[in-house]
Design a protein around this ligand. Structure first.
Ligand SMILES: [Zn+2]
Length: 144
């Protein structure tokens, strides 16, 4: 099947795909492990398949790739110049789905946190300590 994208766009897409998730996720998993948290990953039983589930704290953490989940004002979330409408629609759909999943989880009584790939890559300790601090507050505000 011919590729609907030109070479440049395709390589851009692939670079974004590969930078999404995996590396930042691993950093988050390692951090939690070192701290002795008990967690599971990529839970298929919960809306949005949260990357991290801390079941005993009723908390989930999404490690979001800045591009696919549109991290506002983040350079990594910039759309490619070609096929802009296609990307706009796709990314918008993703963020609507993210919000819907988070709302569902909250209705089920979960605390929902999001940590962004660029924050993790910059300083995983800082990014995770922000969430950790919230874990211990009784009146958890869910937005990060
Ligand atoms: Zn970002």
């Amino acid at each position: 099947m011919p590729d609907i994208f030109d070479k440049k766009t395709r390589s851009y897409i692939m670079s974004q795909v590969h930078s999404t998730g995996s590396k930042a996720e691993r950093a988050v998993f390692n951090w939690l492990q070192k701290k002795g948290y008990k967690f599971t990953t990529h839970s298929k039983n919960l809306p949005g398949k949260p990357d991290v589930v801390l079941a005993d704290r009723k908390t989930v953490i999404f490690v979001h790739g800045c591009f696919w989940h549109h991290h506002r004002n983040c350079p990594a979330s910039e759309l490619p110049q070609s096929n802009r409408d296609y990307w706009l629609r796709k990314i918008k759909k993703n963020s609507i789905r993210d919000k819907r999943n988070a709302a569902r989880l909250r209705r089920m009584g979960w605390h929902v946190f999001t940590v962004w790939e660029c924050q993790v890559n910059r300083n995983v300790d800082k990014a995770m300590r922000r969430i950790e601090k919230r874990l211990y507050q009784s009146n958890v505000c869910h937005e990060i």
